[in-house]
Ligand binder design. Structure first.
Ligand SMILES: Nc1ncnc2c1ncn2[C@@H]1O[C@H](COP(=O)(O)OP(=O)(O)OP(=O)(O)O)[C@@H](O)[C@H]1O
Ligand SMILES: [Mg+2]
Length: 274
């Protein structure tokens, strides 16, 4: 087994038998700052979510099995250098990009924050440190994928979003957007990476209102606390001064609240307990 690397949340190992081990940690980051306090059960919830979605979705995927409460085995693939984002709502970076005239949204779209788009859109990015929005023209020009591959990624991603939207809806949530990654396995485009709260925005239907920032089901708690206590500004100021922001320690009640949200959302969506 060979250590390959650590992302924000997971550590990846090569099992040297054509598979990879994903180890999901309890780490948390917000506003691009990594915090030192672990969020209990987070890794476990992400592991269970990955297992749940890969088993539920009717698409070829890389999932092999879970091997512990925070580790899964997947088939090693050659990853396609495009992050497949689907957006069903006018939210997040879509708003500023639309304001800047950088993206066209479907005819009849309401441009109020958190409004549902008349139909979901495929809005891919590059796969790099700072994901850069692209479109079909750019993806083909840069030879990231062939035209057939692009069309396949687009229709598959929209199809997966629809399926997940239905499951979330039945559990009382709105799936606002989603990020998927695909790779090639024996020449066939296959769903990879992970699927869980770090790959999508999900909002409780109960508190959903158009025209407002929505309550997200996990990290929003930390973001709100950071903003309310002036840390978001401190991070920005530090970056402007060319320094690395310093992560404060997170109060126990915030940690507890976040932990419960990961655990509870898994229960609600999967109908199973951790
Ligand atoms: N089946 C697979 N075979 C090979 N590589 C994979 C497979 N599934 C996912 N990957 C890749 O493994 C890497 C996992 O890294 P991870 O997501 O933990 O960190 P990251 O993408 O570098 O950073 P971030 O934490 O921001 O996501 C990604 O580059 C992903 O594309
Ligand atoms: Mg990643």
């Amino acid at each position: 087994m060979k250590f390959i690397g650590s992302g924000k949340v997971k550590d990846v190992y090569d099992m040297e038998d054509g598979t990879l081990l994903f180890k999901f940690s309890d780490r948390v980051s917000a506003y691009d700052v990594k915090f030192h306090d672990p969020i209990p059960h987070k890794g476990e919830a992400l592991t269970k979510f990955a297992e749940f979605w890969f088993e539920k979705l009717p698409v070829k995927n890389h999932f092999v099995k879970s091997v512990s409460k925070n580790e899964i085995i997947v088939k090693k693939m050659q990853m396609i250098p495009v992050e497949c984002v689907v957006r069903g709502y006018f939210y997040g970076s879509l708003i500023s990009r639309w304001n800047a005239g950088e993206i066209v949204i479907p005819e009849g779209s309401k441009t109020e924050i958190a409004a549902k788009l008349p139909k979901p859109i495929f809005d891919p990015t590059t796969k790099s440190e700072h994901d850069e929005p692209i479109n079909k023209k750019i993806a083909l020009e840069r030879k990231l994928v062939t035209e057939d591959e692009y069309n396949f990624l687009e229709s598959k991603s929209l199809e997966i979003y629809d399926t997940m939207y239905g499951i979330a809806d039945a559990a009382g949530f709105i799936l606002a957007d989603l990020k998927l990654e695909f790779g090639k396995l024996d020449g066939v485009i296959t769903l990879g990476d992970s699927i869980g709260p770090d790959e999508y925005r999900m909002w409780p239907k109960e508190t959903y209102v158009v025209g407002k920032i929505q309550e997200s089901y996990d990290k929003q708690i930390l973001r709100d606390w950071l903003t309310a206590n002036g840390y978001q500004k401190q991070f920005d100021d530090a970056r402007k001064a060319g320094k690395e922001p310093i992560a404060p320690s997170i109060p126990p009640e915030i940690i507890q609240k976040m932990s419960s949200r990961y655990v509870d959302s898994y229960k609600l969506i999967s109908g199973k307990t951790l």
